[in-house]
Design a protein around this ligand. Structure first.
Ligand code: NAD
Ligand code: UD1
Length: 350
C-alpha cells in the first residue's frame, strides 16, 4: 500500500513530533521545510532515526524549500507522480506563529501563511492530492465568554496571526465547496501545545526572549532568567492568574494521525476540530507543578495583564473524542517533566 505522507514544516516543533510518529507507524515521511524556524537538531535527529534503523532506511525524506516556491513544490509532486505514486495526504504545518511578530510585520505573515498555503493547495490540486490536515489554532476564537470553546463558535481573532488562520480555514472551505466529492479537509485547532517527546530529541527553536510561558519557565528553572513575569493577578479565576488548556505535543501529534486515518477512510468532508485536553490550568498552578515534578524553584513576580490576553481558554474536545476517538493521555505533570527534560538535554543550544 502507498503510505507516503507530505508534511510541510515537518522539522519544526510540532512537525518533528508528527514526523516521528508517522515514521514509527510505517509511513514514508516526505518533509518540506525552509528551516526558517527549525532547530537544526530536529533535522539531525530525524535523519539519524531513519539512517540508524536498517529496517526503516530511507523512510524520511527531507526537502529543503519554501512553500511559496511553486516550482519547488511542483517538482516534488512531479517526481512522486513519475514514479506512479502519490501522497496519501498533506499535513500542513509550515507557517509563522508569533503573535507579536504578526502585529509588527503583518505582510510577512499574510505572505507566508496565506500565500504559502494557496501555493501548496494549487500544487495539490494539480496532482490530484486532495486530503489535507491543517494546523489551525484556538486563537481563531478570539476573546470569548464561554468557558469551554466549541468548534461552532464564531471566529473572531484579535491579531493578524489569528486572522491568517481564519482566512486559510475559509479558503479550505471554498475549495471543499468547489469539489465536495474529492476534498477531505481537517482543520485542527490547537490549544496550547507544550512538552516534548520523552527522548528529548525534538524541541522548538530556542530564544532567550520567548514570549510563551513554557520556554520562559525553563529559562527561569535553568537560571537563565531571574524570574518569571506573571501577566495579571486579577483575572476572574480561582487564584487570579489566567487559565489555559495545555496539551502535550505527543498527544497533539497523535491527533493528526487519527485525523488522517479518519479522513482517508470516510467520505469526503471538511471538519473543524479542537485539540485540547478540556482541562484548564492557571499560571500559578503550572508554576507549582513545574517546581514539584522538576524539583526546582521558579521565582516569579506579578506584572500587568499582557495586552491581547484573555482570562481563560479551554477546549470543548467532545467532537474530536467522538469523531476520531482521540483521548489525550498525558498529564500536566508529564508536560512539565518532558519540557524540562528536553530543555536540559539540549543545553539551551538548539
Ligand atoms: P515551528 O515554527 O516550530 O514549525 C514551523 C515549521 O515551518 C518550521 O520548521 C519552519 O522552518 C517551517 N516554515 C516556516 N515557514 C515556511 C515556509 N515558508 N516554507 C517552508 N517551511 C516553512 O512551529 P510549530 O510550533 O511547530 O507550529 C506548527 C504549526 O502549528 C504552525 O502553523 C503554527 O501556526 C501552528 N500552531 C502552533 C501552535 C503552538 O503553540 N506551537 C499553536 C497553534 C497553532
Ligand atoms: C499564545 C498566542 C496563541 C499561540 C500560542 C502558542 C496570544 C494572544 N496568543 O497563546 O495564538 O497559538 O501562544 O504560540 O499571544 N504568561 C505569563 N508569563 C509569561 C508568558 C505567558 O504569565 O512570561 C501567561 C500568559 O498571560 C497566558 C499563559 O501564560 O495566560 C500562556 O501564555 P502563552 O504561552 O504565551 O500562550 P497564549 O497566550 O495562550
Amino acid at each position: 500500500m502507498n503510505k507516503k505522507v507530505l508534511i510541510s514544516g515537518g522539522t519544526g516543533y510540532i512537525g518533528s513530533h508528527i514526523s516521528l510518529q508517522l515514521y514509527k507507524l510505517g509511513f514514508d515521511v516526505h518533509i518540506v521545510d525552509s528551516f526558517v524556524n527549525s532547530p537544526g537538531k530536529n533535522l539531525e535527529n530525524l535523519k539519524n532515526f531513519s539512517n540508524k534503523d536498517k529496517n526503516f532506511k530511507n523512510r524520511i525524506f527531507i526537502n529543503e524549500g519554501d512553500i511559496r516556491d511553486r516550482k519547488f513544490l511542483d517538482e516534488l509532486f512531479l517526481d512522486i507522480s513519475k514514479r506512479k505514486e502519490m501522497f496519501l495526504a498533506v499535513i500542513h504545518l509550515a507557517g509563522l506563529k508569533s503573535v507579536p511578530e504578526s502585529i509588527s510585520d503583518p505582510l510577512r505573515y499574510w505572505d507566508v501563511n496565506v500565500n504559502g498555503t494557496i501555493n501548496l493547495l494549487n500544487v495539490m490540486k494539480k496532482y490530484n492530492c486532495k486530503s489535507i490536515i491543517f494546523s489551525s489554532s484556538a486563537t481563531v476564537y478570539g476573546n470569548v465568554k464561554e468557558t469551554f470553546l466549541r468548534e461552532d463558535l464564531p471566529c473572531n481573532p484579535c491579531n493578524p496571526y489569528g486572522e491568517t488562520k481564519v482566512v486559510i480555514e475559509k479558503i479550505l472551505s471554498n475549495i471543499f465547496t468547489s469539489d465536495p466529492d474529492n476534498w477531505r479537509i481537517c482543520n485542527l485547532r490547537y490549544f496550547n501545545p507544550v512538552g516534548a517527546d520523552p527522548s528529548g530529541l525534538f524541541g522548538e527553536k530556542f530564544s532567550y526572549n520567548p514570549s510563551n510561558l513554557f520556554p520562559y519557565l525553563n529559562l527561569v528553572a535553568g537560571g537563565k532568567k531571574k524570574y518569571l513575569r506573571v501577566f495579571g493577578k486579577d483575572w476572574p479565576t480561582k487564584d487570579g492568574t489566567a487559565i489555559r488548556d495545555y496539551i502535550h505535543v505527543c498527544d497533539l501529534s497523535y491527533g493528526h494521525i487519527l485525523a488522517m486515518n479518519y479522513l482517508l477512510f470516510k467520505k469526503s468532508q471538511i471538519l473543524n476540530l479542537n485539540l485540547g485536553t478540556g482541562k484548564g490550568t492557571t499560571v500559578l498552578e503550572l508554576i507549582k507543578t513545574f517546581e514539584r515534578v522538576n524539583n526546582c524553584t521558579i521565582k516569579y513576580e506579578f506584572e500587568d495583564r499582557r495586552p491581547g490576553d484573555v482570562s481563560s481558554l479551554i477546549a470543548d474536545n467532545n467532537l474530536s473524542k467522538k469523531i476520531f476517538k482521540w483521548y489525550p493521555q498525558k498529564s500536566i505533570e508529564e508536560m512539565c517533566k518532558d519540557s524540562w527534560n528536553c530543555f536540559i538535554k539540549n543545553k539551551y543550544a538548539i
